[in-house]
Design a protein around this ligand. Structure first.
Ligand code: ATP
Ligand code: MG
Ligand code: MG
Ligand code: MG
Length: 504
């Protein structure tokens, strides 16, 4: 079954159960100060759950494009390293707004997975909320009993409040949830553990695919719970994970969602996918990141130095660095993935197809601009970390550069720490977002002195504030590299301010 068919079957199935199919909301959230990007299917229905908007359809289903790269849900560091967390992914969902509840939700998830998609029943596990005495919350016996109609006792696991109780926020709708996991281990490996059940935290081949949230309480300001008069269902299933399971793969990247892009990258780089872990990760990251970037741009967020735009720029620069360093793409390349992606999402998320030329152009420009400084930054990073480790630098490396770094950062050096000053220089001069420096550091076994980095950042902010002050005030500061030297002042208050900026 192709990914397209799998998506369509989900929508058709819930349509046949009386659901209205609605379009995905944009990935970039406008007018909500609490959220930068859509990170779950329910986001666009928040006001319905809060009782602040009228319910038009009591049953709704859709596929929502989501981004988990910031805030509470940030999966960026897993992406490419594991094979089932993406930055951008589709969340298939069905909702009941005060209509059906646990019985139907559970029955339909089971029917869809086992009868439509024909997943092997004994490879499915479910979790339910075990209760929490301190909070006065009971075990979700109802969910347990409904699941028992389909699933053996030993495949229903109890989960704690952290994993199996969902809350929208400090106050508002909340309730127990029930997750469905799929075990893709070989029969042989499953036999070895003697049928013991696992969830994805224990084995990468056992993955969570679907979360069913049952909103039945309303958390009050004083922390107490009131039973909701109208109960809701909110579900979310990871589309790429579902496809992987149906297509009988052990990695999301081996499905037809990602393979067209991965094969294109492999062909153009001349390196086969599956040859080496390092280059595989690079290909996975590129194929993943391009989706996040493209949809963010198509939904109206251009890469920039501010807020959401900077998140997008950071992701893009990560991808460019992987492409450059591990696959030797020294010229802009990533933008060439857009036609493949746009074609794939034609008729699903037409926003991308309709703007594909524009999106490609924006990415090309970003690539052009970052590639101007990337090589130099990478080589400086190499010199810095090599020296730090006490390795001898290859002869062709610039000895002047070595010397400068040696003397300039001598004091901040401790064994495997990247000095804040150096991280700042990478960011300021070469445009390396700090998380990129951290990533590169990690690859070499280093960590970054983040406090030192923040200090440098603050210093720069102060400097630019002082610089603005210079324009408007009648006194002078001489900037000498990093030193801000005070040479004259007119009143004591200003003097005090200047002293703060001055390097002692
Ligand atoms: P996980 O524990 O694997 O991180 P989650 O519990 O954070 O998942 P939910 O918030 O319950 O995920 O989201 C519902 C579904 O969306 C999950 O069951 C999973 O299938 C999918 N999903 C969540 N995060 C990602 C991601 N980063 N990439 C792909 N699919 C995801
Ligand atoms: Mg998660
Ligand atoms: Mg989970
Ligand atoms: Mg979950």
């Amino acid at each position: 079954m192709t990914a397209q068919e799998i998506r369509q079957q989900f929508l058709d199935f819930f349509k046949s159960k009386g659901h209205q199919i609605v379009p995905s909301a944009p990935i970039v959230v406008k007018n909500d100060p609490t959220l930068m990007f859509t990170n779950a299917g329910m986001n666009q229905f928040k006001d319905l759950f809060l009782g602040e908007a009228a319910i038009k359809y009591p049953r709704v289903a859709d596929t929502q494009r989501c981004l988990r790269v910031s805030g509470k849900h940030n999966d960026l560091e897993e992406v490419g390293i594991d094979t089932y967390h993406h930055t951008m992914f589709e969340m298939l969902g069905n909702w009941s707004f005060g209509d059906y509840f646990k019985k139907e939700a559970i029955a339909w998830s089971w029917e869809l997975l086992t009868e439509v998609y024909k997943l092997q029943k004994d490879r499915l596990y479910v979790t339910i909320f075990e209760g929490d005495e301190k909070e006065g919350l009971a075990k979700d016996q109802e969910a347990y009993d409904f699941w028992r109609q389909y699933v053996d006792e030993d495949k229903i696991l109890l989960g704690n409040k952290k994993d199996n109780f969902w809350e929208m926020g400090e106050t508002g709708p909340c309730g127990p949830c029930s997750e469905i996991h799929f075990d893709s281990r070989s029969d042989e490996d499953r036999a070895k553990v003697n049928g013991a059940t696992l969830v994805n935290a224990d084995d990468p081949l056992v993955i969570e695919i679907w979360n069913n949230v049952f909103m039945q309480f309303n958390r009050q300001k004083d922390g107490s719970l009131k039973t909701l008069p109208a109960k809701h269902v909110d579900t979310g299933m990871g589309f790429e994970r579902l496809v992987r399971i149906i297509q009988n793969k052990t990695s999301n990247y081996d499905t037809d969602v990602f393979q067209p892009m991965i094969q294109f990258i492999a062909e153009k780089s001349g390196i086969a996918y599956g040859k080496e872990e390092k280059t595989d990760i690079a290909m996975r990251v590129m194929a993943d990141h391009i989706r996040a970037i493209s949809f963010a741009i198509a939904d109206g967020t251009l890469p920039s130095n501010n807020k959401a735009g900077y998140v997008i720029r950071r992701i893009l620069r990560r991808a460019i660095r992987y492409a450059y360093q591990f696959l030797r793409f020294e010229k802009p390349f990533i933008n060439q993935l857009i036609p493949i992606l746009a074609e794939q999402f034609k008729g699903v998320f037409d926003e991308l197809y309709m703007q594909k030329d524009f999106v490609q152009k924006v990415i090309l420009e970003e690539e052009n601009s970052f590639l101007k400084t990337l090589a130099q930054g990478v080589s400086r990073f190499h010199v810095y970390t090599t020296l730090e480790r006490g390795f001898t630098v290859r002869e062709e490396e610039d000895s002047w550069e070595m010397m400068t770094y040696q003397t300039r950062y001598e004091n901040e050096r401790s064994n495997m720490l990247i000095a804040g000053k150096f991280a700042f220089e990478l960011s300021d001069t070469y445009g390396f977002p700090i998380d990129l420096t951290e990533l590169m550091a990690r690859e070499k076994g280093f960590s970054v002195d983040m406090v030192g980095f923040e200090t440098e950042l603050q210093k720069q902010k102060n400097r630019s504030r002082a610089a603005t002050a210079i324009d408007t005030e009648d006194w002078i500061i001489v900037n000498e590299g990093e030193e801000s030297e005070f040479v004259g002042y007119h009143d004591l208050e200003i003097h005090a301010q200047i002293l703060k900026y001055r390097k002692v």
